[in-house]
Design a protein around this ligand. Structure first.
Ligand SMILES: Nc1nc2c(ncn2[C@@H]2O[C@H](COP(=O)(O)OP(=O)(O)OP(=O)(O)O)[C@@H](O)[C@H]2O)c(=O)[nH]1
Ligand SMILES: [Mg+2]
Ligand SMILES: [Zn+2]
Length: 425
């Protein structure tokens, strides 16, 4: 690899080693490949015939930009192993991985949209800048946010498409030798210490994965399953439990919510899955990757996100989700009120234990630290909509009132906040 390539890829001080957010391969910055730009340069043996060719540059423009074989300057970098694009920020910041897992239809995609939208407002108040690492790589989450919060007509019910199992926006296939790997598409954000206009050099690349629930169902076809190694990389496991899918809790849920009457998707009443088996499957995969025995607890926090709280939280009159659990110090700096979060976690754990004890048992035998956080991505129930001869559950953007959606993420990033100096250790 010519030294010039290293210079082009690393015009500021960058990390000595980079971890690919797509395939978790570690490499040196000078080993990055470039993505060609010229329209005639199509086809790559790893990412496919329709992708732009990847190349190791041998020519550079006057300002040290790589030049593709057809003469165009190129900016986009890719991992030398999987050839998928990596954001420029992965050269500067260590990654913090977080995986969101849960049964089909438990509300992961709504939560991601709502959480990212709200994080953009909350993190600056914690003394951090939260931005897309590369807007083009975050198109899926932008579409979630756009649908839920920026609709042209906010009174018209909207929904998010079911996370696709194959291909689609969330998984990409790459050909590594004889082996085809299906890799989840990460959502990439930078979290940097400092305020708008005076960004600090310290930061992290936040790498989030939304998973289709079906890939964690016991008995799902392991040979076709996407790679789930991101679970092992995750700083915390975010497990989404949907109480409205459990027949024992569903009886206690608001009957205004059509999911309670008609099932998680219209016409799917009575097809709910045993959600604790999804958690146990995630635990088993982590142990297998790490070669650990089932007796040993995983040493990362497990945050059990109790979704769709708008439908069931009335069963816990001592829990108030109408205000967010953050405190503000005299300088105006906010921080998570962990005493309040722990108290709510205790109430929620007791409630779930009374109705779904197997979930609590699965959680307690998975990780050494477990926190239960009720959230509502929408703050309101969806309504059954009939449109063009199809039925779906829709939410009116004008009614969106997310509750506690940033709490799991802020808690999961606790160590990062300490490292970035915005929270005491
Ligand atoms: N009441 C209520 N319903 C919600 C909430 N969040 C999501 N839903 C409903 O739950 C259903 C499933 O939400 P998704 O976010 O698509 O679920 P998912 O976990 O991504 O599902 P898969 O992609 O199939 O794995 C939708 O019909 C939403 O209307 C919430 O906070 N409250
Ligand atoms: Mg989804
Ligand atoms: Zn890679």
């Amino acid at each position: 690899m010519p030294q010039q390539t290293a210079d082009a890829a690393t015009d500021t001080q960058c990390l000595p080693r980079i971890k690919c957010p797509n395939c978790w391969n570690e490499f040196e910055p000078c080993d990055c490949v470039y993505i060609s730009r010229h329209e005639t340069l199509l086809g790559d043996p790893i990412v496919g015939d329709e992708a732009q060719m990847r190349f190791l540059p041998s020519r550079f423009s006057g300002n040290c930009m790589a030049v593709d074989p057809a003469g165009l300057t190129c900016h986009q970098l890719a991992c030398p192993r999987c050839h998928l694009e990596i954001p420029r920020a992965s050269l500067d910041f260590h990654p913090a991985f977080l995986s969101i897992v849960g049964a089909p239809g438990c509300g992961k995609s709504f939560l991601l949209g709502s959480m990212c939208w709200t994080m953009r407002k909350v993190l600056p108040r914690l003394g951090l800048l939260f931005t897309d690492a590369d807007p083009t790589l975050n198109q899926v989450v932008h579409a979630y946010e756009q649908t839920l919060f920026l609709a042209e007509d906010p009174t018209k019910p909207v929904s998010i498409r079911k996370t696709e199992l194959d291909g689609g926006d969330l998984y990409r296939s790459v050909q590594l030798g004889l082996h085809e790997m299906r890799l989840p598409r990460p959502f990439l954000f930078t979290i940097a210490a400092g305020q708008e206009g005076q960004r600090d050099a310290r930061g992290r690349l936040l790498v989030l994965y939304d998973n289709a629930g079906e890939h964690f169902l016991p008995g799902s076809d392991a040979t076709r399953a996407p790679v789930t190694e991101h679970l092992v990389q995750s700083a915390a496991i975010l497990f989404v439990f949907d109480p409205t899918q459990d027949p024992r809790v569903r009886r206690l849920c608001s009957t205004d919510d059509p999911q309670v009457q008609h099932g998680t998707r219209p016409g799917q009443a009575g097809t709910a899955v045993r959600q604790e088996t999804v958690m146990s499957e995630a635990a088993a995969r982590i142990r297998k990757h790490l070669g650990r025995s089932p007796q040993r607890l995983h040493d990362r926090p497990l945050i059990v996100i109790l979704a769709k709280a708008d439908a069931w939280i009335h069963n816990l009159p001592d829990v108030d989700l109408s205000t967010e659990p953050f405190t503000t110090d005299p300088d105006g700096r906010m921080s998570l009120d962990m005493d309040r979060v722990r108290a709510v976690s205790g109430s929620c754990e007791a409630f779930i234990d009374a109705h779904c004890p197997e979930l609590i048992a699965a959680a307690r035998s998975f990780c050494s630290e477990v926190l239960f956080v009720p959230v509502s991505a929408t703050g309101c129930h969806p309504e059954l909509v009939e449109q063009d001869e199809r039925q779906f559950y829709g939410v009116r953007p004008s009614s969106m009132r997310p509750q506690w959606v940033t709490v799991p993420l802020v808690r999961a990033l606790d160590e990062v906040l300490v490292e970035l100096g915005v929270k005491g250790g």
